[in-house]
Design a protein around this ligand. Structure first.
Ligand SMILES: [Ca+2]
Length: 176
């Protein structure tokens, strides 16, 4: 009986430890965008994408100076610098290396590459923030471990806005 109880308490303790380790933080940037961060554990790019996805989120895309500045306001407070972004490269036979955002499928328009980056020539395929200036580097997706950063999928956010507008519209028509 004692043996059984010990096992039970051990399992409870294991669960608690796991829960504490898996704790993530949320913060709202000055532009209203919300981000989820796990700065204790390290993930490769695929694990980061999976962690975001299973929470209904996605890896972050940065398509303007304004979004970049607002995002970095929060990240600087954590004193952590290396986060995977949702940028990924494809090496096309006729176009060469093209970087795009995984949440939207859009090619990079805005960029914030570090000096002499990207230099991966389609071998370093995934993009992350690096150093204290958070400028971007292309890097091997599988063997590099960084912090986790997720956001609500911008397309899902737009869709929710659209559905809410439609609901208001229909309620207006039906007067309910
Ligand atoms: Ca690189």
């Amino acid at each position: 009986m004692l043996h059984f109880l010990n096992l039970k308490y051990s399992l409870v303790l294991l669960f608690l430890v796991h829960t504490v380790l898996a704790e993530v933080k949320w913060y709202t940037a000055p532009d209203g965008n919300r981000y989820m961060v796990d700065d204790e554990n390290t993930y490769n790019w695929y694990e980061s994408l999976a962690e975001c996805t299973k929470r209904g989120l996605t890896l972050v895309s940065i398509n303007s100076d304004q979004k970049n500045d607002a995002l970095l306001t929060g990240l600087r407070q954590l004193n952590k610098y290396e986060f995977w972004l949702g940028g990924v490269a494809t090496n096309y036979r006729n176009r060469g290396v093209v970087f795009r955002w995984i949440s939207s499928g859009e090619d990079f328009d805005y960029t914030n590459w570090a000096n002499n980056e990207p230099n991966g020539n389609g071998v370093e395929v995934c993009v992350h923030t690096s150093n204290s200036n958070y400028r971007w580097n292309d890097r091997d997706c599988l063997n590099s471990k960084f912090n986790l950063l997720c956001e609500e999928n911008p397309n899902v956010k737009e869709l929710k806005k659209f559905i809410s507008l439609m609901e208001d519209y229909i309620h207006g028509i039906l007067n309910i």
